[in-house]
Ligand binder design. Sequence first.
Ligand code: SF4
Length: 291
Amino acid sequence: MLQQTQVNTVIPYFKRFTDKFKTLKSLSRSSEKKILKLWEGLGYYRRARNLLLTSKILVNSHDSKLPKTIKEIKTLPGVGDYTANALLSLVYNKPGIALDGNVKRVFSRIINKKENKINFDKFIEINKKKFFITKRNSDFVEALMEFGALICKPKDPKCNICSLNKNCKYFNSSKKIKSNKNKMIKNKNFDVFCYINKKKQIALTKKNNLGFLNHYSLPGIRETRNHIKNKNWKLLKQYKKSISNKKLNINLYYKFSNKIPPSFNWYSIEKNKEFIPTFTKKIFKQVSTLF
Ligand code: SF4
């Protein structure tokens, strides 16, 4: 849950999730539908799907235990280098470094070299005798991430109180490297088409080829350069929305209709037991103003 999402946002979700699933076994017996409903609003839904798949693999093939080698851990769905190292250190106290954005920034500043110029695997290999002198590998991996989040922050690092400042090239250099900026793709325009009916229903489909919105329940949506000029569709609202690192300009259109394309199904705008992503919920809110 914490990948790409802040702690404060995660806390209520984590509580609900762990209240519902007290053991790995109970999670493995759940359905994707239930998991997505509990995850609703948290975004990056692939994480939820992978968590469910992983729980099934662990229960069925690993006696409900996490494997002990990095090679085996990395075969689990959604688990790459970062998660595998974090798990090995946190669960089994094995030496490892979970290279997230915070940790990469710390290393990059200490040697005052841009992140994209560093081979991090090589960097860790060369320095492993310095890194892994502790027996508290679990604390070390956690501390490194926290250090990046709280002290060596992206903006205004707290160099004056930093215990590494004597040996930090960034701090001691007059020519400091610049931090990597998050890449934002600007001004992507999307036309969203909502079929609605008098029963306060909206037609949604999971069939779309929008990449970052795949598998979601959405109205008709397509990327566009210009606004459509089609008498059949009425413009309801224009607004901006950010999804992961994308900024979207949304043109929301609607029409009342009883006929919908074959891959669409009707969903109630007001009450829904289905998992509805936040992007679509915002559309529900706009459409409900028509009734
Ligand atoms: S001295 Fe500053 S830049 Fe260097 S590690 Fe500490 S907080 Fe980061």
